[in-house]
Design a protein around this ligand. Structure first.
Ligand SMILES: [Zn+2]
Length: 378
């Protein structure tokens, strides 16, 4: 079946008028300038952009990948698709070995089933090899030394996915783990007390990404640049940013985007309360409460977010003051590179998957397509 969409389209780094995008089945087969919509073409009201790609998301709509059920994993993927996410990396937390195995098994199964909703292309293990002092809302009892054998057995459950492992370089066994898997797994520095030198060393071992830059890591002081300084100073590493206006100050969002052009990926770090009413919810072993757009433990520690990708994009434009042309790649092309799918996702280009989102002027989601198929919107 062929579908044609005509109107304003984000293509080749700019929002262009009067573009015609032709989709055949699951794939974009043509992108061309066409002064008038051809007969049968659907006119886009808003901007047609590539679908968003979230490399760090735990849950939504009441479900969490750590629930370890196929139903929960499918529910998270279906929910975030309604907010513009067409591809994601299912993200786990520090948990027991059995719970991680159960979660990875169901994520692997659901990713193969190609259900309605965002496509699961990656698996992000956020812990358990992190620093207990920087645990944030993660379960301290589940945090443990890095273990090559455990990662091998988990990876074997889902070798078809792109793997990201958040690790604190100072944890026992971290260097051996990174050096062992560096060709197969993207290691991300995070939940760490590593100073600048430690973080630079971890990059030399093979780490190449930073988990929610600024949060749960050493900040940048002009005489002690910290893990943040190592990220900003690096020429190759990529980094995640939680643009909810709570985790990171809008000025710092702008600074990060300027310092790391083409290397910042907007993430949600969303938990199960995302898309749900304010109230009290469970994050693995912890309870947290959502109020005023923030998810917090009883002691005030932020427990992930209730952010969606469309709000992250909107915040980068409206709070951080960046042009939409600068922001969209941070939600599409950069995370596509991180997930190793940039040859087929993250751009509107001939031969790319028809993963598309239509945004209104006010950042409402008007339409979402995953591989050419419409996502039912609420
Ligand atoms: Zn997280």
């Amino acid at each position: 079946m062929t579908t044609q969409l005509w109107g304003r389209v984000f293509v080749d780094g700019a929002v262009r008028e009067a573009m015609l995008v032709t989709i055949a089945g699951e794939v974009i087969v043509d992108v061309a300038h066409e002064p008038h919509p051809p007969a049968g073409a659907q006119v886009v009201h808003g901007v047609l952009a590539p679908g968003f790609i979230d490399v760090h998301v735990h849950g939504g709509d009441g479900a969490d990948f750590m629930d370890g059920t196929d139903e929960a994993a499918a529910r998270v993927a279906a929910f975030h698709a309604t907010r513009g996410t067409t591809t994601l990396a299912a993200t786990t937390l520090s948990g027991s070995r059995e719970d991680l195995q159960r979660a990875v098994t169901s994520i692997a199964r659901v990713s193969r089933e190609r259900l309605r909703g965002a496509e699961i292309c990656g698996l992000h293990l956020e812990g358990p090899y992190i620093n207990r002092m920087r645990a944030g809302a993660q379960d301290p009892a589940s945090i443990r030394p890095a273990n090559i054998e455990e990662v091998s057995s988990l990876h074997a459950l889902a070798p078809h996915l792109r793997w990201i492992v958040t690790i604190a370089p100072e944890v026992e066994g971290a260097r051996a783990l990174i050096e062992h898997f560096r060709d197969r797994i993207l290691f991300s520095i995070g939940h760490t007390s590593a100073d600048f030198g430690d973080a630079v060393a971890a990059l030399s071992w093979g780490a190449a990404h930073f988990t929610h830059l600024f949060n749960a890591m050493t900040g940048m002081h002009h005489r002690e640049p910290g893990a943040v300084g190592a990220a900003l100073e690096s020429n190759e590493a990529t980094a995640e940013l939680i643009a909810d206006g709570i985790h990171v100050h809008p000025a710092v969002l702008r600074i990060a985007a300027a310092a790391m052009p083409d290397r910042i990926a907007l993430i949600t770090d969303a938990v199960r309360a995302c898309g749900m009413p304010d109230g009290t919810y469970k994050l693995y072993e912890h309870e947290f409460t959502v109020a005023d757009g923030a998810a917090r433990l009883a002691n005030g520690t932020l427990a992930g977010s209730v952010l969606t990708m469309i709000r992250a994009v909107q915040n980068m434009v409206e709070l951080a003051g960046l042009p939409i042309e600068v922001v969209l790649p941070l939600a599409t092309h950069v995370p596509a590179r991180i997930l190793g799918v940039a040859d087929r996702k993250g751009k509107i280009e001939r031969g790319y998957d028809a993963d598309l989102v239509v945004l209104s002027e006010k950042f409402a989601i008007e339409r979402v397509l995953v591989r050419g198929e419409d996502v039912p919107l609420p």
